[in-house]
Write a protein that binds this ligand. Structure first.
Ligand code: ADP
Ligand code: MG
Length: 231
């Protein structure tokens, strides 16, 4: 119901895109695992949030008008102290405002940083006029565009479907681990895929959605970015 409210609110405001800081509520409503995240409206609030979360942290631009945050230099990872957080808050918000004059900047998200060695995957769906929501799974990060290594299945997915979809990509071996590396937590990924499938069924106004990246290692998987597009 909380998720519906976020969607309805965007429809009312005629805003076709739900960006990360607004979609946090949707993630929470579905019980998805997320990095600890706080919206900071000033550099002081950002430092307080970072101290609370614990270093290192990630800072991300929070604006309803900016959906691809990196395009405006809006994501900085690996910040280790209050001085860095303070400076980065100021530089990120200033740069974003310079690049997008008309954008409303709410502040920055301060986010727990995933440990080194996590792998990036994408979980998403797109609606097909004819067939309905198509779930997709693939490697994330820089590989998405280069490798086009993605597998699809029609929602709603069964447990078996979610088991298969993660094993159908060519880079499955990378997730299983190379040279004595531990395999990623596939069960955790499959659970997120099942939730995404449910979300596609529950929220028909959402035309497409993307968790990019989901960060996964042998222990857990967390949804570190999300974007949804409405009809
Ligand atoms: P964008 O809007 O540009 O897609 P993201 O939130 O996806 O912004 O961040 C860009 C990249 O930064 C991610 O693909 C990932 O590599 C890294 N990143 C984002 N959040 C985290 C995090 N919490 N921990 C570690 N790395 C992160
Ligand atoms: Mg992203």
């Amino acid at each position: 119901e909380q998720a519906r409210e976020v969607v309805r609110e965007h429809m009312r405001r005629n805003q076709p895109e739900i960006v990360e800081f607004e979609a946090q509520q949707v993630l929470k409503a579905y019980g998805l695992p997320t990095p600890q995240t706080v919206l900071a409206r000033s550099s002081d609030e950002a430092v307080a949030a970072a101290e609370e979360i614990g270093y290192p942290v990630v800072l991300k631009i929070a604006s309803p008008d900016i959906s691809h945050k990196s395009d405006v230099g809006g994501v900085k990872v690996n910040l280790w102290n209050a001085t860095e957080v303070m400076k980065t808050f100021k530089s990120i918000t200033a740069k974003a405002q310079r690049m997008r004059r008309d954008a409303y900047i709410a502040g920055c998200l301060v986010q727990e940083m995933a440990p080194p060695g996590v792998k990036e995957v994408i979980i998403g769906f797109k609606r097909d006029e004819e067939f309905g929501p198509m779930l997709m799974f693939g490697l994330g990060g820089i590989y998405v565009e280069i490798m086009k290594d993605i597998s699809f299945k029609l929602a709603p997915l069964s447990r078996q479907d979610s088991f298969e979809i993660v094993r159908e990509i060519k880079s499955y071996m990378l997730l299983k681990g190379l040279k004595g590396e531990k395999p990623v937590n596939f069960t955790a990924l499959e659970e997120i895929i099942m939730v995404m499938s449910r979300l596609a069924i529950d929220l028909p106004e959402v035309w497409e959605a993307e968790f990019n990246p989901v960060l996964v290692n042998h222990e857990r998987a967390i949804v570190a970015d999300v974007r949804m597009t409405l009809h």
